[in-house]
Design a protein around this ligand. Structure first.
Ligand code: ISL
Length: 520
């Protein structure tokens, strides 16, 4: 937090409105803070409560807001609730978690955990299994228990009373599960499991309850992370008449290149698939709900490496992707470092990686006979540590992030890709983001206007019209390494080019070129 305070001017200068912090509560860090052992304490490695208050005041004085992450589907197994719960089935906390007896010498059902292996762990003192949809150090809380609900009312109020401006709510559709625990028909670990586990029978009762008792009492933003929320179900969470959440992060496009076994089972995808998916989501949400627009976050690869070209067209494609997330309909979310075009990383050994998901799947894939080198290739493409290296400020040791030892090695390309180098380049990506963000704030059609896709069948161009009360904008983005002819030049007649990453106005779109036109 001292580091963020120190870099406040950087965020103000860029045009950031809201800062979302990943979890900073007390945690044994089995899953980078998504395993909370005390919901009322700040983890000392991030700073103190005083630091947080100072950060919050500073953000507010500079016109920004703070959204904190909150993990209410599971806690750490080191939380005092779980320590008590696992002792016996008669204590106050016995039903805070989901305990079941085993079946024929094994777990209660065949559910896999998102992070590999069974989702059930046996505990001798209770002669029962507890459910953990993530690691075994992340036991799922039992939301059927009114006491669990009361605990979280108190926790959420505690942070809101401190003055924070909202929550990003982790894996929110998992809060209610089908507790009949019917076997999953799938025998893979893929993202399909999120559709089985999510959207349980009481999910909307729980969310309406939290909204009624807590959220509605404050002027805040709530955004639910939505693995397993389908577009058909989305407006049940964010519809304007629902009183549940303000918006969700839908994740379907994050799974677009995952095969049946999930992220380490890569599958090619075509731009047409991505376009169709995003266009369908926009149509499903319509004017009733609201989404966040993003192409990367702490769980998925760097957007320039995944959706752009992090080789010869790194700068151009990073800017073009910025144009996309800043002009589609929804609240854009920028993950740190994308504004300087940070890329995926490739470490030489599995021991260089920190993420529990990577290590768990490494064990599983080794058992299946995969070599370390082969698995490393999969991790380089999809592992979460791609986005979890430090921020690179300059070309000094550790990218100027710390004089200490960072939790993970830096990407050797920090020598070229850092804030200093970017700033001194005529082609600065950050400057492009800054100008685009400032432009966006002057063009409300981008925020409130309708969204109408065009040229939907085109294999390389992603294009759409945003129309507000007073203006009409056309966005055209070339998602390819080759030049592309503008399909219908008549479409841009009577329009003026407002923003472009090449600044050449002709009928050919260069590789990864993006343009925003405005009707005059
Ligand atoms: O990436 C996934 C599977 O490979 C997703 O399904 C992922 O599990 C999902 O996005 C949930 O993520 C959130 O909850 C996890 C935590 O590890 C992630 O960092 C968090 O964003 C458990 O708390």
């Amino acid at each position: 937090m001292r580091g963020i305070i120190e870099k406040m001017d950087y965020m103000v200068d860029l045009g950031v409105d809201i800062l979302w912090l990943n979890p900073i509560y007390k945690s044994p860090n089995d899953d980078n803070g998504y395993d909370i052992s005390d919901y009322y304490q700040i983890h000392e490695e991030y700073g103190t409560l005083d630091d947080l208050v100072e950060l919050l005041d500073l953000l507010h004085s500079r016109g920004m807001k703070l959204v904190m992450d909150m993990v209410i589907n599971h806690s750490s197994d080191e939380h005092e609730w779980f320590r008590a719960s696992k002792q016996n089935d008669s204590n106050e906390y016995a039903d805070y978690y989901i305990w079941r007896s085993g079946k024929s010498g094994g777990p209660p059902n065949n559910w896999p955990s998102f992070f590999g292996g069974s989702a059930w762990e046996y505990v001798e003192s209770r002669d029962a299994y507890y459910l953990h949809l993530f690691t075994k150090k992340q036991p799922d809380l039992n939301w059927e228990n009114p006491n669990v609900q009361k605990e979280f009312d108190r926790i959420l109020k505690y942070w809101l009373d401190l003055g924070i401006d909202g929550f990003r709510l982790d894996v929110i559709p998992l809060l209610s599960k089908d507790l009949s625990f019917v076997d999953s028909p799938y025998d893979d670990f893929g993202d399909t499991v999120s559709y089985i586990y999510s959207n349980g029978p009481h999910i909307h009762k729980y969310l309406k309850g939290i909204n009624d008792r807590v959220f509605s009492k404050y002027d805040i933003l709530t955004v639910g992370e939505g693995p397993g929320i389908t577009k058909e179900l989305a407006n049940l969470y964010v519809g304007d008449d629902r009183n549940e959440l303000d918006m969700i992060f839908q994740l379907e496009h994050m799974f677009i290149d995952h095969g049946p076994d999930g992220r380490f089972d890569p599958k090619p995808f075509a731009l047409a698939d991505l376009k169709a998916l995003l266009n369908e989501w926009d149509a499903a949400i319509g004017d009733r709900g609201w989404l966040s627009v993003f192409l990367d976050n702490h769980d998925f690869p760097r957007m320039v490496s995944r959706f752009g070209n992090d080789g010869p067209y790194r700068v151009q494609s990073a800017k073009m992707l910025a144009m996309m997330i800043l002009t589609m309909r929804g609240t854009p979310c920028i993950y740190f470092g994308s504004e300087i075009g940070m890329t995926n990383v490739s470490f030489p050994s599995i021991s260089d990686y920190r993420d529990v998901e990577t290590h768990n799947f490494y064990q599983l894939y080794r058992e299946k006979g995969l070599t370390e080198d082969h698995f490393l290739e999969l991790v380089e493409r999809q592992g979460r540590d791609n986005v979890r290296t430090p921020m690179y400020w300059d070309a000094s040791a550790n990218g100027g992030f710390t004089d200490g030892i960072p939790w993970i090695k830096v990407n050797p390309n920090y020598l070229q890709i850092n804030v200093d180098t970017d700033a001194s380049s005529e082609d600065s990506i950050r400057k492009f983001y800054k100008d685009l963000l400032a432009w966006r704030k002057q063009h409300l059609a981008v925020v409130y206007g309708s969204y109408v896709p065009i040229w939907v069948e085109h294999p390389s161009l992603f294009a759409y019209v945003r129309e507000g009360e007073k203006e009409l904008l056309l966005v055209v983005l070339n998602f390819s390494d080759s030049p592309v002819q503008l399909p219908q030049p008549s479409q841009v007649e009577g329009m003026k080019m407002e923003i472009s990453n090449y600044n050449v106005e002709d009928n050919i779109f260069a590789p990864w070129e993006g343009r925003i036109y405005k009707k005059v």
